[in-house]
Ligand binder design. Structure first.
Ligand code: UDP
Length: 472
């Protein structure tokens, strides 16, 4: 077992100043000043299960450089497990979403603990009393007690959950609770996700955020968007498309060189085709297959719209063993569609060789979309929602989990009350596709809402306050 350290860059929180109100900038500066004292001589360790792919890695990559820029020694470690460990943790992940993908008994508990102990041993070699250890999600729950015993303050952050927990959720908490109970604090994205056993005074609600300056969310010219989506093969190159370039996080130039793997019939659609897009990992709870059926059966062909279901190349996300199966199931369902429907739907796997290239591609795809969908069956938060909203895209999304906190229905997007209601999803898509004025209004309100509530500056402020309360 080897904990892998992920290099963390440095970003300046002052970059947020033009985006936020003056009182927020002042609060931020005051916090930076006190944080230097609070965290002097301490290291804040973040531990999760993957450096790439999925919302947690995305958020750590975005947030941690600002903490370093504010003078806090912040580091990022990724645990290492074997295939059966990740099979167990995927069941825990599914279980906290209420989905039963296999019971977890004594053998699983023993193996989970064994891998956690091996990782914890390496962690203990690095941490000192007085440090802070932030453990993310069920994959790291087994390290709480060890980190505590080394004299660190330990915060466990849960990024997932369901609004109406069932027996599967309860059984999953029964598995996790003995590992977790020693933590100094617990962070959840929303109140509905807090389990009954969690001690109320140790629970903190901190919604996630996006980084407006990340390659994934940074401003991008319409020409660059066009060049990138043509360059990867999502739409036809019409001769006018230039070189697919973007700016890397460090300011240096980047170029999109890899193609997407695209499953479609015939040639790529023209760049003028209105695209309905869902960008997600290939995970059952994202219901890519449901988006496909809703589009095929209920979106009016007269809108001229095509659907692009976009996810990572399935070998690219280390802690997500189900990706290949979910993609294969989507592919089968696509093959079974009548030809006319298949001809307006494409499955797209994005290259993961270079994460900034991948981020630039996601940025371009979200920006080019006529409508962005997030038809998740359950969702801890749903960073893809905030990402698309920040790009002023009109959204059609399920009224579940953190999505309900992000979108105000009819104002900053359209929420579908029952995520399994394909007709309602299709009707909402038709509404937006047929009404450019509505699309424009929803998109603009979406951007404003993210600016007010879901940027990294608010997120860091809440973290700093929580950690300061533990340390002082
Ligand atoms: N993502 C990506 N490339 C892909 C698919 C997804 O970079 O091909 C990113 C997406 O932009 C978002 C994150 O993965 O930043 C997914 O986070 P979210 O909270 O939406 O869902 P999670 O995957 O954590 O369940």
């Amino acid at each position: 077992m080897h904990l892998q350290e992920v290099p963390v860059g440095v970003s300046d929180l002052e970059r947020f100043t033009p985006l936020i109100a003056a009182d927020r900038s002042e609060a931020l500066r005051a916090l930076i000043a006190t944080s230097r004292d609070t965290f002097a001589g301490r290291t804040v360790w973040n531990v999760n299960s993957t450096a790439t792919g999925g919302g947690v890695a995305e958020m750590l990559a975005a947030l941690l450089p600002y903490a370093r820029g504010a003078g806090v020694d912040t580091r990022w470690l990724v645990i290492k497990g074997d295939t059966s460990f990740y099979a167990i943790t995927k069941r825990l992940h599914n279980g906290l979403h209420g989905v039963d993908t296999g019971a977890l008994g004594d053998a699983e508990r023993a193996h989970y603990a064994e891998v956690a102990d091996a990782n914890a041993e390496e962690l203990l070699a690095q941490i000192r009393p007085g440090d802070v250890v932030l453990l993310h999600d069920p994959q790291t729950a087994g390290m709480v007690a060890a980190a505590r015993s080394a004299g660190a303050k330990v915060v466990w952050r849960c990024h997932i959950g369901v609004d109406h927990p069932n027996d599967v959720v309860a059984a999953t908490w029964d598995f996790l609770q003995p590992f977790l109970i020693a933590a100094d604090a617990f962070v959840f994205s929303r109140v509905a996700h807090v389990p009954a056993w969690a001690p109320g005074d140790a629970v903190h609600i901190i919604p996630p955020s996006i980084d407006p300056f990340a390659v994934k969310n940074a401003e991008m010219s319409p020409e660059a968007v066009r060049a990138i989506i043509a360059g990867i093969g999502l739409v036809a190159a019409d001769g006018a498309a230039g070189t697919p370039t973007f700016q890397r996080r460090d300011g240096s130039p980047g170029r999109v060189d890899h193609l997407a793997d695209v499953i479609r019939t015939g040639p790529a659609p023209s760049p003028e085709t209105p695209l309905v897009v869902q960008v997600s990992r290939w995970d059952r709870l994202k219901d890519m297959a449901g988006v496909m059926r809703a589009f095929a059966e209920h979106v009016d062909p007269a809108t001229g719209a095509h659907l692009a279901l976009v996810g990572p190349n399935v070998s690219g996300v280390a802690d997500d063993p189900e990706g290949g199966e979910v993609l294969a199931a989507c592919h089968d369902a696509w093959r079974d569609l009548p030809h006319a429907e298949r001809a307006r739907i494409q499955l797209v796997c994005l290259p993961m060789y270079d994460l900034e290239e991948n981020a630039a591609i996601v940025n371009a795809i979200q920006r080019c979309a006529a409508v962005v969908v997030q038809k998740s069956l359950a969702e801890g938060f749903g960073l893809t929602v905030a990402e698309a909203m920040w790009k002023a895209r009109p959204m059609v999304a399920s009224d579940v989990g953190g999505i309900s906190d992000q979108i105000v229905d009819g104002d900053s997007g359209l929420l579908v009350a029952d995520p399994t209601d394909l007709a309602a999803t299709g009707a909402a898509l038709n509404r937006v596709l047929r009404d450019p004025e509505l699309a424009w209004r929803l998109g603009n309100a979406a951007k404003a809402r993210v600016g007010q509530r879901f940027l990294g500056e608010r997120h860091l402020r809440q973290y700093a306050e929580l950690l300061a309360s533990l340390l002082t």
